[in-house]
Design a protein around this ligand. Structure first.
Ligand code: HPA
Ligand code: ZN
Length: 334
């Protein structure tokens, strides 16, 4: 088995709704009596060409219409976690944005109940540890995000953390400072999409005004060397998504993707898939794309895998076991 396929890793940046494969979308549409605006999975795939995040998001939300019942959320999560296990993902911290479905009057217990049941079953079937990070949508108000925290309260102990997703430009982290403060008071781990399309100042705001522990994407830090040094000094992990950044035109070319520059600067960079079917690859495709375009060797790939556990919200014993597994795998090529 090639080195990357069997390399133990964590995935820290994947949107559950964004793992919906076209064939599965059509299967769920038929199950729920929903007519999709595309004639077939291939017709849908023909739309997977994006000019940027705000061009992608409407299509992503359209696909969400097929997710209705507890069983739908179960099937979605189970399929992703099966795939993750097959790619040697030992831990997956998965984003999910309930506001889309609350708008459609789908009870939170159906949404999270299905997801949490699939996480429990995947753990006993494959050993892969799944955890849930609920995202608020930043194009909505902070009041809506605070209301979401109220809605989540019965599930507080089953949710690892909270974050922010959706359209970044014009919706800076500062808009959600009270949301993050309230979430911290409830004991959630905190992460935030920042620096995908937004400027480096959005990354600084997420750290300084929202107190987040991790930055999702963080790509535009490449324009701010002082910020890169600060991310390194403060041990702030970046959950980068190369194929997503390519497909959403955040980066023009993976041969200049800054992952090695960030690593050399001491930043805890991780590699992830974001919305795999939409962007042309799961997590191992992302590692492979970097291997091919940047000429990464097994030592650098193993360092990225170590970072994925070090940057996770797992407890120390889980991290230590995973790091030992990465080292054991690395020894197989030595
Ligand atoms: N950025 C912000 N929100 C998202 C993304 C993304 O790449 N994917 C799904 N929701
Ligand atoms: Zn994302």
């Amino acid at each position: 088995m090639p080195f990357i396929d069997a390399l133990p890793k964590a995935e820290l940046h994947v949107h559950l709704e964004g793992t919906l494969e076209p064939d599965e979308m059509f299967r769920l549409a038929a199950r729920n009596g929903i007519t999709l605006p595309w004639a077939s999975p291939d017709a849908l795939r023909a739309h997977y060409s994006f000019t940027g995040l705000e061009h992608f998001l409407p299509l992503y939300f359209e696909g969400c219409a097929v997710l209705r019942s507890r069983e739908d959320f179960y099937d979605l999560t189970a399929a992703y976690l099966r795939r993750a296990a097959s790619e040697s993902v030992r831990r997956a911290e998965m984003f999910f944005g309930p506001q889309t479905f609350l708008d459609r009057h789908i009870p939170i217990v159906d949404q999270l109940g299905g997801i949490l049941d699939a996480i429990a079953d995947a753990r006993s079937d494959t050993g892969t540890v799944g955890a849930l990070i609920v995202t608020a949508q930043r194009h909505r108000t902070e009041a809506a995000a605070l209301e979401l925290l109220d809605t989540l309260r019965p599930f507080r102990d089953s949710i690892l953390g909270v974050g922010l997703g959706s359209a970044e430009r014009g919706n800076p982290p500062s808009k959600f400072a009270r949301f993050f403060a309230a979430a911290r008071a409830e004991g959630y781990r905190l992460t935030c999409h920042a620096g995908e399309e937004g400027p480096p100042s959005y990354i600084r705001e997420a750290l300084d005004l929202c107190g987040v522990e991790r930055i999702d994407h963080g790509y535009t830090a490449v324009r701010d060397p002082g910020l890169v040094a600060r991310l390194a000094d403060d041990g702030i992990p970046l959950t980068m998504c190369p194929l997503s950044n390519l497909r959403l035109r955040v980066t023009a070319d993976l041969s200049t993707y800054p992952v090695t520059d960030f690593m050399r600067a001491g930043v805890l960079v991780t590699v992830n898939s974001d919305d795999p079917p939409y962007f042309g690859g799961y997590v191992n495709d992302n590692y492979t794309a970097l291997q091919q375009h940047l000429g990464l060797g097994s030592g650098e790939l193993a360092a990225l895998a170590r970072n994925s556990f070090l940057g996770s919200f797992a407890d120390r014993s889980e991290v230590d076991r995973a790091l030992a597994a990465v080292t054991a795998h690395e020894a197989t090529v030595a």
